[in-house]
Design a protein around this ligand. Structure first.
Ligand code: FES
Ligand SMILES: [Fe+2]
Length: 425
């Protein structure tokens, strides 16, 4: 069965209009070297230095003075995100103006003052240098000009993005393009209970994204975990219910199996499923206050399918989020080397109201983690043999539309970066 092809649009990553690679969109065939070659990795390193990158959520730093640190290792950068007294969120390079020490060594904190571990130069939440111990010995230091180096930082729907290109001018809203019309006022904040997982994976970061972008692999790779929850009589190969290409980004509605039944032999699972919404399977039961959940939002489950499990948004270059009735979750995939990436996931649930809820949420997390481990272990095997050179291409099918579109956008972006590099020489 062929699938309907969504409308393809051009996109802009701040260097002018680009179109997704036509050959990849037509055939689904991608040169395998994009996952193994150092040249491609260098082009991607350049891209991560000038496009908007999702790094955190505003809810992580709710109060003035709250801060988190996020690393962008592919750019050898560490970034402080801090909420100022004026409630603005600002981003700074995590490096001291005295002699280049890493200013903050912890991951998060509060207080909005940063004292360098080396010689205790002190900076405030606006990035200003506010104290130099033994200041008389620095007659040539211009204190005003020696604040922290700012990083461009903007937010959208509670999500914090940074852009490491100090000269860049593209606003975040333009980068997000059609996505901003597509999703407005989605109640992300109704799910304040969070849990984080992450690990280093010995595989190219794009392989890791692709494993989260298609459900074709669910029947085979996840036969022991979630296959029966997703694969149904009506939709055995777990085709996406709906696909949209949104400029450089994309979304699909992921199905579930409406006939999935809790097994009387799996008592713990049954207990958990009855005591909290799970991430991988949606309860279609009436929601108490639909306007406060995703269920009541027009942009969620856009085709109103009763097979609907969750909506998945895949943002260029490295960010995915899923909206389901049970909450929402996100993934970030950080390139480390051509054959190594760091994966992090953050799960957002409604606040558990009882110990039963709490247990059920933990069960949901464990089930997700087991499923993701199946993905991540497979990726290592894939990367290892890809490097043999035995195959020249990979080939995506129509149900892998998101992977194909991501590959076509990545190809166009990498060619653009390469052309810019040659022009600069
Ligand atoms: S390097 Fe930071 S105070 Fe000296
Ligand atoms: Fe998977």
């Amino acid at each position: 069965m062929g699938m309907e092809q969504p409308v393809l649009r051009s996109f802009d990553l701040g260097t002018g209009p680009l179109t997704p690679d036509a050959f990849i969109m037509e055939t689904g065939q991608v040169d395998l070297s994009v996952y193994t070659s150092q040249e491609r990795f260098e082009a991607e390193r350049e891209i991560f230095g000038r496009v908007w990158l999702n790094v955190a959520e505003t809810a992580e730093i709710p109060n003035p003075g709250d801060w988190v640190v996020r690393d962008v290792k592919v750019r050898s950068s560490s970034i402080i995100l801090v909420r100022g007294k004026d409630m603005e969120i600002r981003a700074f390079h995590n490096i001291c103006s005295h002699r280049g020490m890493k200013l903050v060594w912890d991951d998060k904190g509060r207080g909005g003052r940063f004292s360098c571990p080396y010689h205790a130069w002190m900076f405030d939440s606006a990035g200003d240098l506010v104290n130099i111990p033994d200041e008389g010995c620095f007659p040539h230091v211009d204190k005003k000009a020696s604040g922290l180096s700012p990083v461009r930082c903007e937010t959208w729907e509670g999500m914090i993005f940074i852009n490491l290109d100090a000269q860049g001018t593209q606003p975040l809203m333009e980068f997000l393009g059609p996505l901003t019309e597509r999703l407005k006022n989605v109640p992300f904040g109704s799910y304040p209970y969070t849990a984080r997982v992450g690990s280093m994976i010995d595989a190219n970061w794009k392989l890791a994204i692709e494993a989260q972008c298609e459900a074709y692999h669910v029947r085979a790779l996840h036969s022991r975990t979630v296959s029966k929850m997703l694969s149904s009589k009506e939709n055995p190969y777990v085709h996406p219910l709906h696909v949209e290409f949104l400029g450089a980004h994309r979304m699909n509605s992921v199905p579930r199996n409406p006939d999935y039944e809790l097994s009387p032999e799996k008592l713990v699972q049954a207990f958990s499923f009855m005591n909290a919404q799970q991430m991988v399977i949606a309860d279609t039961g009436a929601q108490e206050k639909p306007e406060e959940t995703f269920a009541g939002h027009n942009d969620v489950n856009p085709i109103r399918s009763n097979l609907w499990g969750n909506d998945q948004y895949v943002l260029y270059p490295h960010f995915i989020f899923h909206l389901s009735l049970g909450g929402w979750w996100l993934h970030r995939f950080w390139p480390i080397a051509a054959d190594k990436c760091y994966w992090e996931a953050v799960y957002h649930f409604e606040q558990p109201q009882s110990l039963r809820n709490q247990f059920a949420v933990q069960y949901s997390l464990a089930l997700n983690r087991d499923t993701l481990m199946e993905d991540n272990l497979a990726l290592v095997q894939q990367q290892e043999v890809m490097q043999s050179g035995a195959k020249k291409i990979v080939q995506f099918g129509e149900q892998e539309a998101l992977c194909k579109h991501l590959a076509a956008v990545s190809e166009a972006a990498a060619n653009d970066a390469e052309a810019a590099r040659i022009a600069a020489e």
